[in-house]
Design a protein around this ligand. Structure first.
Ligand code: ZN
Length: 444
C-alpha cells in the first residue's frame, strides 16, 4: 500500500531567497551553493516564507526527541502550528544556522546569527537565537522587515482630538515632550511618527544619537553622533549644537544630567524645545523616573513640561468579520460609558463547533475562514495612547512626591484620562474587543 504523503506548510508557498551577511560576494555565493545541497535549504526557505505570509514577527522552534514544535507570533499573540518531524526540523535548522553563520553542529551553547531574506521585492532580516534545553534545543527566529512602513499617528490609533492636543504641544515654544512605552510595545514607531507629526518645515531639528545605537533616518532631522568611535562626549556635542540655536533638541535616549541641564537652560532662554524618549510602563511612571534622573533640573523641567505620551499595543479587530453586539446597561456602567453613548460594541467572530456548521438540510457545510484575517478575528495592531498634559496641581505634586498612585490621583482630578479610560474608548470606537483589553492589562 502506497503511503499518502501529507503536504507540509513549507511546501505550500514559494520559498524565500536567502542572502547571507558576508561582505565578499563570492564567499556568500559559495555558502549558498554549499547549503543548497542539503535538504534543509528548501524546508527553511518554505517555512520562513509561510511565516512571513502569515504575518508572523517571530517563529519559535522547540526541538524535542520526537518532533520540532513550531509556533508563530502574529500581532503579539502566539499560535501553535502543526509540528515538523524531527528529521525535517533538524535539516531545516542546519541550513538556517549555516546561512546565519552559526555553528550548526553545536546544539547546546547559546548562539546568535543574522541572515537576509527576500520575498518578492520585500527584504527582511532574520535573527536566529538558539540554546540547548534539557529536552533538546530551542530556537527563536525574529523576522523584521528592513523598511518600516511610514505611518501616521492616526493610523497608529490616536484619536483626532488627542492628536490635535499632541500636535499643539509638539509645535509649541519653550517646552519639553516625553514619549514613553513599555519595552516591546512599539516605542520606536510612535517616536518616529511623532517626529513626522511635528511641524518640521521651517524649524531646525537636532538629534543626539549614540554612534552604536543610531536611529533610522527621519527627513529634516539632523543627527549629531557621540560615543562609539567618535571620540565625542554628549555634553560637548550639546554645547556646540546649542550655539546654532536649533528649534528642537532631540534625545532618543535620556541624556546624562549635565547635557540635560544645558538643554533645559537653552529652551528656557530661547523658547526652544526638547523631545525625549524612554522605556517606561506608563506615562506617569516614565515622568517620575525622568525627573528623578535629573534632580538638578527637575524644577525647570516640571515648570516647562508640555506633555508626556504613553502607549500600549492591542490587536485590532478585523473589520471584515468582527461581530457587533448590544452592550447591556450593566456592562456600560461597569465600563463607565454613559447610557445611550455607545449602541454597539464588537468582538471577534468565533465559528460554531464544526458539527453545527451545517446547511438548512443538516448537511455539513464548513464555514470558510475570513479571507482578510485568516480566521484570527484580529488584523494588525493599534496603540492606545495616554496623553498626560500636566496642570498646575500636578506640576506642584511632581516636585513633592514620587508616589505614582498619588500623582495619578492628582492628574485625574485635573481631568486627565488614564490608560484604562483610553482603552475603554478604543473598545467603544469598535477598534478592539474587551477580551483583548483583558489580555493587555493582564500582561503587566
Ligand atoms: Zn476577518
Amino acid at each position: 500500500m502506497a503511503e499518502q504523503q501529507e503536504i507540509q506548510l513549507w511546501q505550500t508557498v514559494e520559498p524565500v531567497d536567502f542572502s547571507p551577511r558576508i561582505e565578499v560576494r563570492s564567499e556568500a555565493q559559495a555558502l549558498l551553493v554549499q547549503t543548497r545541497q542539503g535538504v534543509g535549504y528548501a524546508i527553511g526557505g518554505g517555512q520562513l516564507a509561510h511565516a512571513i505570509q502569515s504575518r508572523a514577527t517571530h517563529m519559535l522552534m522547540d526541538f524535542t526527541k520526537a518532533a520540532c514544535a513550531i509556533r508563530y507570533q502574529v500581532d503579539g499573540a502566539w499560535e501553535q502550528l502543526p509540528p515538523l518531524e524531527r528529521e525535517i526540523g533538524d535539516a531545516m535548522l542546519v541550513a538556517l544556522k549555516q546561512l546565519s553563520l552559526m555553528n550548526a553542529t553545536d546544539r547546546r551553547s547559546t548562539q546568535t546569527g543574522k541572515l537576509g531574506l527576500k520575498v518578492a521585492k520585500e527584504k527582511f532580516t532574520l535573527t536566529l537565537q538558539s540554546r540547548g534545553t534539557p529536552t533538546g534545543e530551542q530556537v527563536m527566529a525574529r523576522i523584521e522587515p528592513d523598511k518600516v512602513p511610514f505611518e501616521r499617528m492616526s493610523e497608529l490609533g490616536m484619536r483626532d482630538k488627542q492628536l490635535e492636543q499632541f500636535k499643539e504641544k509638539l509645535d509649541a515654544h519653550g517646552n519639553s515632550i516625553l514619549i514613553t512605552a513599555p519595552k516591546g510595545e512599539g516605542l520606536t514607531t510612535t517616536w518616529n511618527c511623532s517626529m513626522n507629526a511635528a511641524d518640521k518645515l521651517v524649524r531646525d531639528f537636532q538629534a543626539f544619537e549614540n554612534k552604536d545605537a543610531q536611529e533610522p533616518e527621519v527627513i529634516n532631522i539632523n543627527a549629531n553622533l557621540f560615543g562609539g568611535d567618535t571620540d565625542v562626549a554628549l555634553p560637548a556635542l550639546v554645547k556646540s549644537a546649542i550655539l546654532k540655536e536649533p528649534d528642537v533638541l532631540i534625545f532618543p535616549e535620556p541624556p546624562d544630567p549635565e547635557s540635560m541641564q544645558l538643554a533645559v537652560a537653552q529652551i528656557k532662554k530661547t523658547e526652544k524645545q526638547i523631545y525625549a524618549r524612554m522605556v517606561a510602563p506608563t506615562a506617569m511612571q516614565g515622568l517620575a523616573s525622568y525627573l528623578a534622573r535629573y534632580k538638578d533640573s527637575a524644577a525647570e523641567i516640571t515648570a516647562t513640561l508640555g506633555a508626556v505620551l504613553g502607549q500600549r499595543l492591542v490587536r485590532r479587530l478585523c473589520d471584515q468579520c468582527k461581530v457587533g453586539y448590544e452592550p447591556t446597561p450593566q456592562l456600560l456602567k461597569q465600563l463607565g460609558i454613559p447610557a445611550g453613548r455607545v449602541a454597539m460594541l464588537y468582538q471577534p467572530f468565533v465559528p460554531p463547533p464544526i458539527e453545527q456548521q451545517v446547511d438548512e438540510n443538516g448537511r455539513p457545510a464548513p464555514i470558510e475562514p475570513c479571507s482578510a484575517c485568516a480566521g484570527r478575528g484580529y488584523l494588525g495592531r493599534i496603540a492606545i495612547f495616554e496623553l498626560l498634559i500636566p496642570g498646575d496641581q500636578l506640576r506642584a505634586a511632581l516636585l513633592k512626591t514620587q508616589d505614582i498612585n498619588q500623582l495619578n490621583q492628582v492628574a485625574k482630578n485635573e481631568g486627565h484620562r488614564g490608560m484604562q479610560a483610553e482603552a475603554v474608548l478604543t473598545v467603544a470606537r469598535g477598534l478592539t474587543s474587551l477580551d483583548e483589553l483583558k489580555r493587555m492589562f493582564a500582561k503587566r
